[in-house]
Write a protein that binds this ligand. Structure first.
Ligand code: PPE
Length: 399
């Protein structure tokens, strides 16, 4: 029809487009180390045992009603404990405005819209590099973006001094997006000591910290430890925002279960902020999906299921850590002239390999290996079955 003749095809998504290309490839040798989704050592997606058991308990449930605009209050309360701590005074004092969101993406977007509506002149400082969808989210929320130094290509580590300079040089009261743990795509996190310095400088500058925590548990294998950056900021008195997701650490990818929280001055302000977050959700999707929230609540409210979940998160994290060592050793055994120390030094789901876009293209065209063009390898896609093939291909395109 003539209505939409001006509509152009959208560009392929740099991450989800890789999945599409992988699925379309008929080669039996194809390897997908693109999307950040956990696979077991057979390269298969995993439904955690704790989720299976929660499914069993929920089977036959007759409850199919709308959730409130803020989602499941029980799921939100249980989720806040993971980020702020079981004994958090902020939870006790009801100072946290929080609602269930459409996973981590939904939490980030709702915050960006909230920031635009209530701090209209503000912008957001986003790390270089970051998860590609962060740029889309704040762009569509019409919040101007600035960048801050994060990754140091030469050392394949953190460019801490450049990061601190950017934090110092930003106008007082700037908004910063921080990855709470397991930075995507670099796998490089500040040390605890560096987080303390960052927090102190944020204090001096009165900056606002928005934490995107999409991989809690995948950095160290222990969700509590992975919340350390957030706990440091809370101890220092920051009123932060947090995006939480159960996509990866509970394997609820397609259930779209997440939470947005904003720490407020007092309970009264939290009520006002929560009501405004709900006002943003209502015209967007009205209220969030029920099933995933029920799964999360069933697991986290039952001490046995929660401890099973914690064990299963550690198994996933440990498998990835093991694959880092195997991939690095395989590359070294092949006599690669390059250092691959960063493969084991980086943490979380991703290895920022340092491969150039052209080398990535060769991996795809010659070896049917799929990864994002920035050279990010989703270590969750590496298995004992494909690590040798992957190492050989990487060696061939980098020697
Ligand atoms: C930092 C970050 N924040 C939020 C999300 C959103 O996750 P969700 O809870 O499902 O909305 C992701 C997923 N990013 C991985 C998954 C695919 C995607 O891009 O989305 C990825 O980078 O592969 C992140 O990597």
């Amino acid at each position: 029809s003539s209505w939409w003749k001006s509509v152009e095809p959208a560009p392929k998504d740099p991450i989800l487009g890789v999945t599409e290309a992988f699925l379309a490839d008929p080669s039996p040798d194809k390897v997908n180390v693109g999307v950040g989704a956990y696979r077991d050592d057979n390269g298969k997606p995993v439904v955690l045992d704790c989720v299976r058991e929660a499914e069993r308990r929920l089977a036959g449930s007759t409850f199919m009603e709308y959730l409130p605009m803020g989602g499941s209050a029980k799921m939100v309360d249980l989720t806040l404990k993971l980020a702020y701590g079981d004994d958090s005074e902020f939870i006790k004092d009801k100072r946290i405005a929080a609602i269930q969101t459409l996973s981590g993406t939904g939490a980030c977007r709702l915050f960006a819209d909230f920031q635009k509506r209530f701090c209209p002149g503000s912008q957001i400082y986003i790390p270089v590099p970051t998860w590609s969808n962060h740029h889309n989210i704040w762009r569509d929320a019409e919040v101007p973006q600035k960048t801050y130094h994060y990754y140091h290509p030469e050392t394949k580590g953190l460019d801490f001094s450049a990061l601190m300079d950017d934090v110092k040089n930003a106008p007082d009261g700037s908004f910063f997006l921080l990855h709470a743990c397991a930075h995507n795509p670099t796998g490089v996190d500040p040390t605890e000591e560096q987080w303390r310095e960052i927090s102190q400088l944020f204090k001096a500058k009165s900056h606002f910290a928005f934490f995107d925590m999409a991989y809690q548990g995948f950095a160290s294998g222990d969700p509590a430890r992975d919340a350390k950056s957030i706990r440091i900021f809370l101890e220092d008195g920051h009123h932060i925002g947090i995006s939480q997701s159960y996509a990866k650490n509970m394997g609820l990818y397609g259930q779209r279960v997440g939470c947005l929280s904003v720490l407020c001055e007092d309970a009264k302000q939290a009520v006002s902020v929560k009501s405004q977050l709900q006002q943003l959700a209502r015209p967007m999707y009205s209220n969030p999906p029920l099933h995933g929230a029920q799964l999360v609540s069933t697991i986290l409210e039952d001490p046995e299921l929660k401890s099973l979940w914690l064990k299963e998160v550690k198994v996933m994290a440990d498998r990835i850590i093991g694959m880092r060592t195997t991939l690095r050793e395989s590359l070294e055994k092949l006599g690669s002239p390059l250092s691959w120390e960063h493969v084991t030094k980086q943490i979380g789901m991703f290895c920022y390999s340092g491969l150039t876009p052209e080398q990535v293209d060769r991996l795809t065209s010659e070896y049917h290996i799929y990864m994002t063009r920035n050279g990010r390898i989703s270590m969750a896609g590496v298995t004992t079955g494909n690590v040798g093939y992957l190492a050989n291909a990487i060696h061939e395109v980098t020697k």
